[in-house]
Design a protein around this ligand. Structure first.
Ligand code: FAD
Length: 438
């Protein structure tokens, strides 16, 4: 039987492992963390009377219209979903609620620097007009600022709504929003249904997105998949007799396994560091991808949210003032609203890169995420040319814009399909050995 090691149990690893196991291969899914999920992870929050609530602290939702692979996996797992609250709230850095978009309508509680009715109209028009960025070759290498100049966008629209919202998008670089690559930004908004010609169907799994990962773990094992959580891969050697994987498990024991293929789903540079004797091509292709570290603080500091609770939505943006916020991307998710948690659930806020230190920080996590750059398509093409060389396959959100959960799952499925095609055409005998503790 063909044996495959999938390294990394985020959405990309889940996609690859699921498909390859479905096709009857022996699949070892190896994850450094104690559980699968990568960025799709929950955090337990103490509730009243000794109860507890688990809130998503990474992936919070999916758009059923565009996340076809995610939607189909959730359906296969038999999990109910519900619509999220998509309302967006904007506040000043010192916590004054300014304006909000609720159920698609704009409300202004402060002067946005221009006529409010005209501004709302401009925002509504942008939500469909900006689709042209995806189709028109003139915008392929354009920045957001250049595109807004082309539209003749007002200063108020840029500074009150568009730039703060763009600065909340995790794939964008830590620069002035006017310099963001517009095509990749619109692609990100399009997949979430923010810029779209059809209504978004944004949803989460009942009880949180992390639940689908727990359900997948069981599903995979029940179907003969082999899960090795708490096992960190430290090296990958491609040899004549197969691919050797060295790993360290939770008990600090060294593990060695030899498989026919390896699917690497960590970030590009991380995958490169795992490869013994990478080729020149691998070195060149994998070191070109930019990534950023995001700090996610889980807290209960309402002062970061804005003064008017009635305006709060699932997503909360900061309208910059006097150089604050200095670090981007920054956004606060409010899981109680976003996931429509029960009334008794304590408030929790998840702030990515907080512009000031929140009080009552319950926990924090740091994520490495890919960053959109103008030269990304060439870099992705260079990695695609390497797929399958020395029985090594690459997957991960970083290989598919706009880097969302669907991108990651799809890239895992793509890697699996290519590997399947390779095996279907390959006559070479397969060499596989079992996981052995040294
Ligand atoms: C804060 C945040 C919020 C987000 N919210 C959303 C959202 O609401 N909706 C959405 O669509 N997208 C969202 N995204 C993007 C989404 O999380 C990613 O696109 C996707 O989940 C990435 O999946 P992945 O498998 O490529 O990588 P990851 O999720 O990073 O998974 C990689 C896995 O590999 C493991 N690993 C790495 N090295 C090793 C090793 N040596 N040995 C073993 N295992 C290893 C890691 O532990 C990790 O579990 C968010 C991202 C961030 C950072």
């Amino acid at each position: 039987m063909v044996e495959i090691a999938v390294i990394g149990g985020g959405a990309a690893g889940i996609g690859a492992a699921h498909r390859l196991r479905q096709c009857g291969f022996r699949v070892l899914l190896i994850e450094a963390a104690p559980q699968l999920g990568g960025n799709c992870v929950g955090f337990d929050l103490p509730g009243p009377d000794g109860s507890s609530f688990t809130v998503d602290v990474g992936v919070s939702d999916f758009n059923r219209t565009t996340f076809t692979a995610v939607a189909s996996l959730i359906e296969e797992l038999g999990l109910p979903t519900r619509p999220i609250n998509q309302d967006a709230h904007f506040a000043s850095p010192d916590g004054e609620s300014l304006w909000a978009c609720r159920n698609g309508s704009w409300e202004f509680r402060s002067d946005p620097g221009g006529n409010a009715t005209a501004l709302a109209r401009e925002a509504t028009a942008f939500a469909t007009q900006a689709l042209e960025v995806l189709r028109d070759p003139r915008f392929e290498h354009a920045s957001l600022g250049t595109y807004l100049d082309h539209l003749g966008a007002s200063e108020a629209f840029r500074s009150a709504i568009l730039y703060p919202r763009a600065a909340g998008c995790f794939p964008m670089p830590d620069t002035d929003p006017a310099d963001f690559p517009v095509r990749q930004l619109i692609e990100f908004w399009n997949v979430h249904g923010i810029v779209s010609d059809q209504p978004a169907d944004r949803r989460c799994v009942e009880g949180g997105m992390h639940r689908y990962v727990r359900a997948f773990e069981q599903h995979f094992v029940d179907r003969g998949g082999e899960l090795h959580c708490g096992t960190r891969v430290v090296g990958v050697s491609r040899r004549k007799q197969g691919v050797e994987i060295r790993a360290v498990d939770e008990q600090n024991r060294q593990r060695l396994l030899t498989v026919d293929h390896v699917v690497l789903t960590g970030h590009a540079r991380h995958s490169l560091h795992l490869l013994d004797e990478p080729t020149q091509e691998e070195r060149h292709a994998l070191c070109r991808f930019r990534c950023q570290r995001a700090r996610m603080a889980i807290h209960q500091d309402t002062s970061l949210m804005g003064s008017d609770r009635d305006l709060w939505g699932g997503f909360h943006y900061i309208v910059p003032r006097g150089g604050v916020p200095a670090i981007r991307p920054t956004i606060t998710f409010h899981p109680n609203k976003l996931g429509r948690l029960p009334e008794g659930a304590p408030d929790a806020f998840l702030t990515m890169n907080p512009h000031r230190e929140p009080d009552a920080v319950l926990a924090e996590r740091s994520f490495i995420h890919p960053v959109a750059t103008l030269d990304l398509p060439q870099h992705i093409a260079a990695v695609e040319r390497l797929q399958g060389c020395r029985r090594t396959w690459f997957a991960g959100a970083w290989l598919r814009t706009p880097f969302v959960h669907e991108s990651a799952l799809q890239s895992g499925l793509d890697a699996a399909e290519r590997l399947l095609a390779f095996e279907a055409g390959s006559r070479a005998p397969t060499i596989g050995r079992s996981l052995a503790a040294n």
